[in-house]
Design a binder for this molecule. Sequence first.
Ligand code: CU
Length: 223
Amino acid sequence: MKASSNIAKFLAISLMLVCVRAGAATLNAEVVSSKGKPVRDAVVFAVPADPAVLQGIQAQKQVDVDQVDKEFIPYVTAVYRGTDVNFPNSDKIRHHVYSFSEAKQFEIPLYTGAPEKPIHFDKPGEVALGCNIHDWMKAYVFVCESPFFTTTDADGKASLTDLPAGQYQVRVWHPTLRGKPEDTGQKVSLEADSAPQIVQFTIREKKLWKPWRAPTSTTGGYR
Ligand SMILES: [Cu+2]
């Protein structure tokens, strides 16, 4: 009886130690436009002040940006630098995916199904995607310099969980952002196992040109 209560005590203390060591922080972000409207698909990322925090953190093996009904899905994909992104085509027609962006220039000529190999994104920044055939197909890959990133929902809200305690600069990026994500930076200091911190961003926007979508195959136009 005594032995088992000692074991229970030992287990309880061990569990407490594990919890303290695993102590992580949560950051809740909210992004609104200059008119106060929630901004969805904004990438919120936390750059640690101490680069050593990033040591040993690997990029995700592979991420998909799909093509469905002549649109890219999803509209915004955030990745950590060093991630391979695959561009499967789920339509029965061919697409021709490309980007001329500074952070990554590439082209996957006319194809259906899965391309031969994924595209490697290793330079931080925004990569605007297009399709040579369907002008209205627009989407973005945002390559983060930090593995701690998330994207906002329809309410403009997002949560970063399991962040190691420490100092960060939290930044935001969105396709309509005027200026650089670096200019949006807010310093936060995160303590382990404390209440979530809240960061609010109001972004200055620029107009995005969105080409008119051609009629569908039943009404004529491009296919
Ligand atoms: Cu296309």
